[in-house]
Design a protein around this ligand. Structure first.
Ligand code: ADP
Length: 613
């Protein structure tokens, strides 16, 4: 017992500097000091467990390996006690009074290298213990080493420049940190407040944490266990706990990687897409951990935007433990994590789509929207995402889908483009005039039912070197079909074109005989190449400018159709009647394209036509 007398020590100059920064500017979220002290306690318990393997003579050997947190709102104190490895008097001086330990040393070194007062920098280093001084009037550390022949000691400081060491009696093994809180930090002496903080940051610490005698952490850090040891129910329970969810997970990816970063990740796709239900935009919900301790519950850049439906945990040992949310500036590291995880998840979806196509189809039904968003906007992952897209087509049954890759395998050698049509549903696309010409030429057409689809297709542009082409675009050129008998002659067709142009006036930009029509007499194509009929409908729905400009369309007619042949006869025999028919045909084409806004004139005209029947 050579050091029995109370002793007063000055902090090393560097520690003073450190304390000043920690107290005044390190973390804007004071509550993280609890996370730091609990992490230290957990480390100390881990070290004890290790020591137990080789050492027989351990002080207080019967103690549970646990962490006990107690609050006292009368005394305004918070106490964090662990039964870990503890510290001897010399270790207290070394660990808490000097800058010998790694984290703080590296921190100060970086400060010395010109980073002084750079708050982005400070968060990246381990200065855990000292964070207590953000909230403390004074801190007492009662410590007893695992070595039986060492006395217990208490280290006391108000963080201003010096600390005191005293021998203490009746200490248990380990460390007990008693924080006398500043007057405006009284919340941390409240059970509910501390409970909230422990649940947030320390829920998965391996050792039991008790708050005022009640166990806090009951769920294991499942992501660090090996996959084949984990039961399905455990995964579900973890998902519900971690994501605050009530549903069951739809898909799950549990993986680890060593290079380029050490990562353990457990990711879930929920059953339901709440964004689709019209609820607000999802927030990032894959939390970032470092060795079971939470760093950030909602890291913004950990995953690309379009993966915001994912839940779960990413744990990387390579993260500096003391990184704090608002100072998490290590962009390069986060970018690396982002890259590795996104790539792995895309691979997982690709495997799912091949190994469990039905499950994938259900997933796609619910979450396909996000994949489309990614395909359209995330240039880095566009190619992989485009492969994951699924559409109904003119060759699939209703409700069944195809990938673009499968579409390509069905293309004939002369087909150069991938065709698609956008419409509200299958029936409306099938009965519209745009499909029949492609159908007659055995060209498969993808059916797109969502309003974003046109935007997505425009951005994706091509797949496997083939252009994605809207089949209702006026540029689409189709191969000739053998001309059926009884079509209007070329001369008559020309005459009719001229007459239709005159008759319809400003309502049409161009009139021509069509190759693509088989069963319908006419079709309308938007004269404005940049705006498809569907786009125009969308702009109208959104009240966008341009949607109300006078509509001019290209009218194509089918010279083989009975109505057209009849029209040719009537246009000389009964010009007045023929004019009504021509106008009505144009309106019919506009209706099919979803472009007729006002039906009143149309109905008046139709009634007039009916009179003469
Ligand atoms: P870091 O944990 O990054 O090393 P800290 O300032 O939090 O930095 O702690 C400094 C040192 O004090 C630790 O490395 C450890 O050796 C010792 N220490 C802190 N808390 C405890 C504890 N509860 N039990 C035993 N040793 C501890």
């Amino acid at each position: 017992m050579s050091n029995a007398a109370p002793q007063k020590f000055e902090f090393q100059a560097e520690i003073k500097q450190l304390l000043d920064i920690v107290i005044h500017s390190l973390y804007t979220e004071k509550e993280i000091f609890i996370r730091e002290l609990v992490s230290n306690a957990s480390d100390a318990l881990e070290k004890l467990r290790h020591t137990q393997l080789t050492e027989k003579d351990i002080f207080d050997d019967k103690l549970e390996l646990e962490i006990n947190v107690t609050t006292d709102d009368k005394a305004n104190t918070l106490t964090i006690q662990d039964f870990g490895i503890g510290m001897s008097r010399a270790e207290l001086v070394e660990n808490l009074g000097t800058i010998a330990h790694s984290g703080s040393k590296a921190f100060l070194k970086a400060l010395g290298e010109g980073g002084a007062k750079n708050s982005n920098l400070i968060g990246q280093f381990g200065v855990g213990f000292y964070s207590a001084f953000m909230v403390a009037k004074s801190v007492k550390v009662y410590a007893h080493s695992w070595r039986a022949n060492e006395p217990g000691n208490v280290w006391t400081s108000d963080g201003s420049g010096s600390y005191e060491l005293n021998e203490s009696e009746n200490d248990r093994r380990g460390a007990k940190i008693v924080i006398e809180l500043k007057d405006d930090c009284g919340d941390f002496a409240q059970d509910w407040k501390v409970k909230e903080i422990l649940e947030r940051y320390s829920a998965f610490v391996s050792f039991p944490i008790n708050l005022n005698g009640k166990r806090i952490n009951t769920i294991q850090a499942l992501w660090l266990r090996s996959r084949n040891e984990i039961k399905e129910e455990e995964y579900t329970e973890f998902y519900k706990f971690q994501s605050h969810a009530y549903d069951e997970p739809r898909l799950r990816l549990h993986f680890s990687a060593d290079a380029p970063l050490a990562i353990n990740a457990l990711l879930f796709v929920p059953k339901e897409n709440t964004e689709k239900l019209g609820l607000s935009r999802l927030e990032p919900a894959v939390s970032l951990f470092c060795r079971k301790v939470m760093i950030d519950a909602k890291p913004k850049d950990l995953l690309p935007e379009w993966l915001r439906f994912l839940k779960g945990v990413v744990d990387s040992e390579d993260l500096p433990l003391n990184i704090s949310r608002e100072t998490m500036q290590d962009k390069a590291l986060i970018e690396k994590l982002n890259k590795v995880i996104t790539k792995r998840f895309l691979k997982f979806l690709d495997e799912e789509s091949r190994n469990r196509p039905d499950g994938y189809a259900e997933f796609y039904q619910e979450f396909g929207h996000f994949l489309k968003e990614g395909a359209a906007l995330d240039f880095t992952h566009k190619e992989q995402l485009t492969k994951l897209l699924r559409f109904e087509s003119s060759l699939t049954e209703k409700g069944k889908t195809t990938s673009l890759a499968d579409y390509v395998t069905r293309m004939g050698s002369e087909q150069k483009e991938i065709y698609y049509l956008v419409g509200p549903n299958r029936a409306s696309i099938e009965s519209g005039p745009y499909l029949e010409g492609l159908k007659a030429r055995n060209l498969e057409v993808l059916f797109c039912y969502e309003s974003v689809d046109e935007y997505v297709m425009n951005n994706v542009r091509e797949f496997d070197g083939k252009k994605l082409t809207a089949a209702d675009h006026s540029d689409v050129k189709l191969a000739d079909l053998p001309k059926p008998e009884g079509a209007l002659s070329e001369d008559h067709t020309k005459t009719l074109i001229t007459w239709l142009k005159d008759t319809l006036g400003a309502r049409v930009a161009e009139v021509k005989a069509s190759e693509r029509l088989v069963d319908s007499p006419v079709l309308a194509l938007n004269a404005d190449k940049m705006m498809s009929p569907h786009m125009r409908r969308m702009m109208k729905a959104m009240n966008k400018e341009g949607a109300d400009s006078p509509l001019r369309v290209n009218l194509e007619f089918n010279p083989r159709h009975a109505v057209i042949k009849r029209l040719f006869e009537t246009h000389t025999a009964n010009p007045e009647r023929a004019k009504l028919v021509a106008e009505q045909l144009l309106d019919n084409a506009l209706i099919s394209a979803g472009l007729l806004d006002d039906t009143t004139t149309m109905i008046a005209r139709l009634n007039k036509l009916l009179e003469s029947v």
